[in-house]
Design a binder for this molecule. Structure first.
Ligand SMILES: [Zn+2]
Length: 173
């Protein structure tokens, strides 16, 4: 019995299956990118709200330090506009306004650099904290810089380093 004779369309089925699977792959990748873009835009809003709430609580309790209650990146990914990029670090803009701009590699528009910050690995042996700077334009994500560390290392453009150290220490307790 020749199956090809019983099912003469088998080659056509194979061809269309391969095509559909590849289209599915590229659609999945596209959906992932669009979700990343959506998450970043919602994330900028959510992180700012968390910081403002934190600020209010801080004022109520007369605390002096930045973000003692909200632990950015610990329980969800925190998003910021980027203020500055140095050789080893990506510094967030603390007033939630765009500060650093770059050019879109596709259309050359001037667009703000944004970033996410999160603890991406948590274990008794060691943690991983990451910052990723990128730009959103032409419905795409354009990577700018990635940094990783084994401890919390978020710092803001307007927090003194002493405050950062105290804040970091407090947030570890
Ligand atoms: Zn563009």
């Amino acid at each position: 019995m020749k199956l090809e004779e019983i099912f003469p369309n088998i080659n056509e089925v194979d061809r269309e299956l391969a095509e559909s699977l590849s289209r599915k792959d590229s659609l999945e990748k596209r959906a992932e990118t669009l979700k990343e873009i959506r998450d970043a835009i919602s994330g900028l809003e959510n992180t700012e709200r968390r910081h403002r709430e934190d600020e209010k609580n801080k004022n109520k309790k007369n605390q002096k330090y930045c973000s003692t209650y909200f632990d950015p990146g610990k329980y969800d990914t925190a998003y910021y506009f980027v203020a500055k990029i140095t050789e080893k670090d990506v510094i967030a803009s603390h007033d939630f306004e765009p500060k650093l701009y770059g050019n879109c590699p596709e259309c050359n528009s001037k667009i703000p650099v944004i970033m996410w910050y999160a603890q991406t690995y948590d274990s008794p042996e060691g943690d991983t904290w990451e910052k990723d700077a990128f730009m959103i334009c032409c419905d795409k994500i354009h990577k700018v810089k990635h940094v990783a560390s084994s401890y919390r290392f978020l710092s803001f453009d307007n927090c003194s380093s002493t405050e950062d150290i105290i804040r970091n220490t407090l947030s570890k307790i």
